[in-house]
Design a protein around this ligand. Structure first.
Ligand SMILES: [Mg+2]
Length: 168
């Protein structure tokens, strides 16, 4: 599908450069390329989260269930595993929401504030990234097809009417 650079971006560029930019954009940012970058990022964010213990408790619950497997029916095991997954899903979503709250707070207090751990960036930039990292970790863990889903949803959004026919 490719992505449209905002229309005013090219206005001051000579025609040849415009064409080169378009070719570069198509060569380096195909749908497949974007999707594979997302898969890579989801894997990388999940790997780091696993290495830092953020999924250890869920794994422990699964191991406990495995130990009890011969005393439980297949149906009970499945129900329990699904319940554990839904509880951890809820926890991860709550943590994503905490990153949204942190972004709101930093904008309320001081939008120009530098981040404490990465002082070359604004706090608000890091809070946006925190949210993305948490979402990618979740997608990586649950093996979600976010790469192709993002392309599909952006394509759909491009086809939607002004304000998606909502009030705002
Ligand atoms: Mg944060």
């Amino acid at each position: 599908m490719g992505y449209d650079i905002p229309s005013d971006h090219h206005q001051s560029l000579p025609r040849e450069i415009k064409r080169e930019e378009k070719m570069k954009k198509e060569r380096y940012f195909s749908d497949e390329h974007i999707a594979s970058i997302l898969y890579y990022l989801a894997e990388a964010c999940n790997k780091n989260a696993v290495e830092h213990g953020f999924w250890e408790d869920e794994d422990k619950f699964f191991r406990v269930i495995e130990l009890r497997e011969k005393f439980m029916s297949e149906d009970s095991i499945k129900k329990l595993k699904d319940r554990i997954i839904s509880l951890f899903n809820s926890e991860k979503i709550a943590l994503e929401m905490s990153e949204l709250a942190e972004r709101l707070e930093t904008l309320r207090k001081d939008p120009e504030k530098k981040d404490e751990h990465c002082p070359e960036f604004l706090d608000v930039e890091i809070e946006v990234v925190d949210l993305i990292i948490r979402a990618l970790d979740f997608a990586g863990r649950r093996k979600l097809n976010i790469g192709e889903a993002l392309i599909a949803k952006m394509k759909y959004n491009q086809s939607r009417p002004y304000l998606h026919e909502k009030k705002f």
